[in-house]
Design a protein around this ligand. Structure first.
Ligand SMILES: [Fe+2]
Length: 389
């Protein structure tokens, strides 16, 4: 059955996108237009040390700064930031940073508008029924796409997993202010990891069961731009053209999600990311190739189209062979930008049974284009660990 013609689908993008080099200078007027008189600037120490918080604050009146965001934000952190918001009497949010700052701000927004703890709003639990307060997302990395996604990913240390909140436009930012100049100073390893995250959003959203034409278009754009520009941004961080195109790739990758989720690579990286604290993009990139190899026989035409977007020469090849050429290109890109191994990310092969079990339990397993069992995940993880050895 062709899902695209048999099913009524919706596309809703609640976020106005303001983008381009120097866009951050619009921050003050955008906050004012949203009626914000006292924003909470949600950020982290690294962003402050890089001078980016000062840069944003010069355009922002009357802001209260919360700079306590840590990578992979947890339930407690969201609660603390929410407390800071209420204590200072804030009436809006500006998230300045990577996915962690943006997801923390979304979490604060959900708590402030809907009450209770972010833990209550795990997808499938209590629904988010009220829109977050005016929220401007200002990414300082290029990859997570959180500036436009309808999701926040929060860590629950008690269960050792990350969980999702959202899947509704009510959590989406009011404005995404995307200024590639803010990413000029990013170190190569972060450029690589976040850029590969954008690519993985494109690949997983293009192939997942929920794909639809709108998502297809932006997903392919994310893949093409990453394949064309990530190596350049990684080698020469000061290349503004590469940074600008990677910023677009990130936003396209975020839009590719829509209200849906990704697939097995994100099920693996999201669940494993709750076991060892490590960069989400690097972990996703490490598992993505073996996941694509597993999935390709279930959707060869889609993976063949991805191969074209990655720039692989697929002329005259049947779909599955074209798909394989694309996967080889994906492996090359992953190596070229120096994505760490599983061991370097803190994992060991002894953990495979645990990692496979929690990946299977992750909700993003459901949208994967090929049915995947716990045993399949164990096999995929074995391939992930043996890659390059
Ligand atoms: Fe991701």
């Amino acid at each position: 059955m062709n899902v695209e013609v048999e099913t009524v689908r919706t596309v809703e993008v609640p976020t106005r996108m303001v983008h381009g080099p120097g866009a951050v200078s619009r921050l003050g007027e955008l906050a004012r237009e949203l009626g914000v008189t006292k924003p909470l600037l949600v950020t982290d120490g690294g962003v402050v040390a890089a001078g980016l918080a000062d840069r944003a604050l010069q355009y922002l009146e009357n802001a209260v700064v919360f700079d306590g965001v840590r990578a992979n934000p947890d339930v407690k952190l969201v609660g603390e930031a929410g407390l800071a918001y209420r204590a200072a009497g804030c009436d809006g949010l500006v998230a300045l940073g990577g996915g962690s700052s943006m997801d923390t701000a979304k979490g604060v927004g959900v708590e402030v508008s809907n009450g209770g703890s972010i833990l209550d709003y795990e997808y499938g639990g209590k629904p988010v029924t009220r829109r977050v307060p005016p929220l401007v997302t200002v990414p300082t990395t290029a990859g997570t796409g959180s500036e436009v996604t309808l999701w926040a990913v929060i860590t629950d240390h008690k269960r050792g997993i990350k969980f999702n909140v959202g899947g509704t436009p009510l959590i989406g930012a009011h404005v995404a202010l995307v200024d590639p100049e803010l990413t000029l100073g990013l170190p190569p390893a972060i450029t690589a990891a976040t850029g590969m995250d954008a690519l993985s959003h494109g690949i997983e959203c293009y192939t997942c069961d929920y794909h639809q034409p709108f998502n297809d278009a932006v997903a392919l754009a994310a893949i093409e731009l990453t394949a064309r520009w990530l190596r350049i941004a990684h080698e020469d961080g000061s290349n503004l053209e590469a940074r600008t195109n990677m910023a677009h790739a990130a936003t396209f990758g975020g839009l590719a999600y829509g209200t849906e989720s990704a697939g097995a690579a994100h099920a693996m990286s999201q669940s494993a990311g709750g076991v060892h604290d490590c960069p989400h993009g690097a972990l996703t990139a490490r598992v993505l190739g073996p996941v694509c190899e597993f999935n390709a026989p279930a959707a060869p035409e889609r993976y063949a189209r991805i191969a074209q977007a990655l720039g692989a020469d697929v002329h005259g090849l049947p779909p599955l062979e074209a798909a394989q050429a694309g996967i080889e290109e994906l492996y090359r890109l992953t190596e070229d930008v120096g994505i760490p191994t599983m061991e370097e990310l803190g994992f060991s092969e002894e953990e495979i049974p645990l990692l496979a079990r929690i990946a299977f339990e992750d909700p993003q397993t459901v949208g994967n284009p090929r049915e995947v069992t716990t045993a399949d995940y164990e096999e995929i993880y074995r391939n992930v660990f043996s890659w390059g050895k």
